[in-house]
Design a protein around this ligand. Sequence first.
Ligand code: HEM
Length: 284
Amino acid sequence: HHQLLPKNCPKFFDIVRKAVTHKQLSTPTTAGAMLRLFFHNCMVGGCDTSILVTSNTFNKAERDAALECPGVASCADILAVAAHDLIVAVGGPTFDLRLGRKDSLESKATDPENQFPLPTMSLSEVIKIFTSKGFSIQEMVALVGAHTIGLSHFNQFSHRLFNFNKNSEIDPAYNPDYAAGLKKLCQNYTKDPSMSAFNDAITPTKFDNMYYKNLRKGMGLLVTDSAMFDDSRSRPFVDRYADDEKKFFQDFARAMEKLSVLQVKTEGKGEVRSRCDSFNTLNN
Ligand code: HEM
């Protein structure tokens, strides 16, 4: 399914796949962290690693690829291939990846606030961000199915569990049993703010359509997750994907192909960075 091999480096895909699959086996949080990093990278100014990748889940793939193929694959390409391979490793669909992204020469001055969705935003605001990047509501719902894996820190949702509003201690969008479970898990949160919960409480490490089934049961962790089901603009797609995993995989794969080429830089507009955590020249 990969059409373009980087020049002079036929082993590129093997190298990245081996590195990330090993990492996933030893550190099962890798897939979620990398997928979110990839999403973030492509949404904010295009898939050009204008955010410097310091994540140590990425280090081995980067180092191995750079050793075997110096100057060939950009950090943006390595990140895309790593995210793809990790999705496949945890049971998700494959998709086509084009290569040849260049890395950004500088960190973006543009304000990421308006380009990246936050759980504190209304669904209308979230839809606006996806639409501005060329995604339909259906594609947005398919992409957020990525929350079938990975973790969220408590500060992203704890307000839904304590003093939610005047009328209710707990966000009524939550299933009461689910909320009680989260609350128990949350007990020591003020002492340990690094605590997190699985986005998908039922099959947390498997890439499947459980996220959508959870939404129908009031088990969406973030406010924006619950909103996907509560809002009539997105609910039909939640229902569709909850009922049909094959359809979810197809639509997720197409949407990922689209995400992976958002505003990419090509020849002349960027560099192949030798280290993904710094720019080649430090003049900016
Ligand atoms: C609808 C808009 C979205 C919002 C508001 C949102 C927000 C969030 C938040 C707040 C977290 C928790 C971060 C943390 O506490 O460390 C998270 C986790 C995650 N998100 Fe999203 N997200 C959205 C869409 C997406 C999309 C489209 C993808 C990928 C295609 C994605 C992939 C992930 C993954 C994989 C994680 C788990 C990260 C980990 O395990 O470290 N999200 N998201």
